[in-house]
Design a protein around this ligand. Sequence first.
Ligand SMILES: [Zn+2]
Length: 158
Amino acid sequence: MGKLDKYARQSKTKEPSKVLPIRLPESIYEHFRQLCDELGLSMSEAGFLLIREELEDSLYNETTNEVAVTTERIQKSIHHEGTPYTKNDTGKLSSFSTRWTSIAYEIENELPCPLCHHWYSKANFSRHAKNHNTTTKELLESNEEVVNTMINERKLTT
Ligand SMILES: [Zn+2]
């Protein structure tokens, strides 16, 4: 049911206490009294537990936000330093330290354009990729399926 359930059988603290008189509309008072009856708590006990939970919650949220901010900062700095690995479409990890080459896609010094479905000379390919507002690597890797199909087709005809 409510927030108080889990405290139903919990004992009171032994710290010296102060009294907080709370004025409530009659309907809420009655409702709360019934709830406390059901839970076996006195109304002041229940009031205390609610207030304490509220205070602990806000304490918790403050810490959580701090953690979130810190985590974000760490992630940003990791990102800025350059992630050593990048995931390509096949889900394999490839290292940035090895320079990417188009060699895997080359056939007779030509490269396939998956968008035009046409083969272009390797020397002109990066200029061609620019026509599609992209780079050779991007063009080939983000359309790997078409590229592979084109490569297979070409292998069959030669
Ligand atoms: Zn093209």
